[in-house]
Design a binder for this molecule. Structure first.
Ligand code: NAP
Length: 222
């Protein structure tokens, strides 16, 4: 299967949480890290999140720096990367910031027609999979549309599914200087978890950013 190069970028606390037990966005990164994330976005063809992140954080997923947006336009690209939401049942609220031109909602065959009708003029909709979005199908579909580099910005459940399917090449993890705690707070990778044969990583780089640590890993091929 042909698919884009896929990397996850996530900010975690020192105890591995990506938000609190309230499942609300926590500002883990500082200004230098946020600029780094913006540059990663600007260098990607598409940015993807799960609907859980849309419901929790309502991210816009657009490039923030005007300079970087202009550079994309000068290179013949769109101002922002394509915004992709994995949303099997089309639960994305019609007022979500991610919607609008340049947004692709990936749904499953189980998405209610009424929800699709409500969202269809706010985004492009593609169907992959019966009950849940099939990530391999989605990857193949977006690759055919010219997406060669995909940035995944969470959350915990989508990260799990992508890693479980063997669809992730690299991982950027910014570890911020804080403890969030809570057994019900989302971590970098949630889902069911691996019982054994844990995916192995190779450390590419580690350095201080703001008052935390930026780690870059690659996933070893099984
Ligand atoms: P998520 O991973 O963003 O979205 C999960 C949802 O995506 C699933 O419940 C599922 O809903 C949908 N989905 C569709 N197809 C899927 C597939 N094949 N595999 C997995 N999911 C699929 O949500 P989350 O785990 O609840 O994480 C959200 C939390 O992460 C929030 O608290 C947010 O603040 C935090 N977050 C933190 C960061 C960070 O860097 N610190 C970044 C992003 C998010 P359906 O079955 O309805 O489709």
């Amino acid at each position: 299967m042909q698919r884009p190069f896929v990397f996850i970028n996530s900010a975690i606390s020192a105890d591995g949480k990506i938000s609190s037990f309230l499942h609300r966005q926590v500002r883990i990164s500082g200004p230098e890290d946020m600029a780094r994330v913006d540059a990663l976005r600007a260098g990607s063809d598409a940015v993807m999140v799960g609907v859980g992140t849309v419901l929790a954080d309502d991210p816009g997923l657009r490039v923030k720096s005007e300079e970087l947006s202009i550079a994309r336009l000068c290179n013949g690209k769109t101002e922002n990367p394509l915004r992709v939401v994995a949303d099997s049942l089309a639960r994305t609220p019609p007022g979500a910031r991610v919607l609008g031109p340049g947004c692709l909602l990936a749904v499953s065959q189980s998405a209610p027609a009424a929800r699709l009708a409500e969202l269809s003029d706010r985004c492009e909709i593609i169907t992959c999979g019966k009950e849940r979005v099939s990530l391999p199908e989605l990857m193949s579909e977006i690759f055919q549309r010219g997406i060669k580099r995909l940035m995944v910005e969470g959350g915990a459940t989508l990260n799990w599914s992508l890693i479980e399917c063997g669809l992730v090449d690299e991982l950027y993890v910014y570890m911020g200087a804080m403890i969030i705690g809570g057994m019900n707070a989302p971590t970098l990778v949630d889902g069911a978890g691996f019982p054994s044969d844990f995916p192995r990583l190779k450390l590419i780089s580690a350095h201080k950013v703001d008052d935390g640590l930026l780690l870059k890993w690659s996933l070893k091929k099984p």
